[in-house]
Design a protein around this ligand. Structure first.
Ligand SMILES: [Fe+2]
Ligand SMILES: [Fe+2]
Length: 238
């Protein structure tokens, strides 16, 4: 058999006749050290430039879109832009941690969490479109910052990495709670999305705690809150 026949040779033939094909087949089977990083680059490009697809229908689909005044629509758009940035960062954080950890069980846990966060990403993006608002122009910057933080904490230890997840999810949950106070009463669709996300983030924090997260020191938590204030303040407008 020869490759020009149009069929792939089996492993035996390949060793006999086509050493270069053997090499390529072995490379396909063996994990390459760059694979996780190429996969991380794929997630980054899809998060920043593709339309995210949710596995589960948005909670907004279950309620009627409210009639909003222009000012209310602007406020909802700004708040949902901030929430969309949070989900962009969640993709970066979980992807970085899954890329760096050497624990295969933890890697799968983080990837599963990232898949759930993809629903949040899709739901918030859909709300932006429905409200006529745009995503933050600084999303690539937020993504890069969150990825770097996730990679650094994951390189310290898995328990620190999980501690970072707990603190992030707690802060995001508190933030979503404040948005439920600020969103216009008639924006039932955004409220449904934010309420569901808040419950999911609280569950993510509990899961990371159960997986052995270390509590971060007060200074680290304060620094994270300060960085989040800069990010949310900027994303509200840009
Ligand atoms: Fe989320
Ligand atoms: Fe989360």
């Amino acid at each position: 058999m020869h490759p020009s026949d149009g069929a792939l040779p089996n492993a035996h033939c390949c060793f006999l006749f086509q050493n270069e094909i053997c090499v390529s087949r072995l490379l396909i089977r063996k994990n390459h050290p760059l694979d996780p990083w190429l996969s991380a680059a794929d997630v980054a490009l899809r998060t920043l430039f593709a339309t995210p697809l949710a596995a589960e229908a948005s909670p907004a689909a279950a309620v009627t879109e409210g009639a909003l005044q222009p000012e209310e629509r602007r406020l909802s758009g700004a708040l949902m832009r901030v929430n969309h940035v949070g989900e962009v960062c969640a993709q970066a954080l979980y992807t970085a941690q899954a890329t760096v950890t050497r624990d295969t069980g933890l890697r799968e846990h983080l990837r599963e969490a990232a898949r759930e966060e993809t629903d949040h990403l899709a739901w918030t993006r859909a709300r932006l479109d429905a409200l006529g608002a745009r995503p933050s122009v600084f999303n690539p910057l937020w993504y890069a910052g969150a990825f770097a933080l996730g990679a650094v904490t994951a390189s310290v230890s898995d328990r620190v990495s999980l501690g970072f997840v707990v603190e992030t999810e707690n802060q995001v949950s508190a933030h979503l709670g404040s948005h439920l106070q600020r969103l216009p009463a008639d924006d039932l669709a955004s409220r449904a999305v934010v309420g569901r996300m808040k419950a999911d983030e609280e569950r993510h924090a509990a899961q990371a705690r159960a997986a052995g997260a270390l509590e971060l020191p007060f200074a680290a938590r304060a620094l994270m809150r300060a960085a989040a204030r800069v990010m949310t303040g900027t994303a509200h407008h840009f």
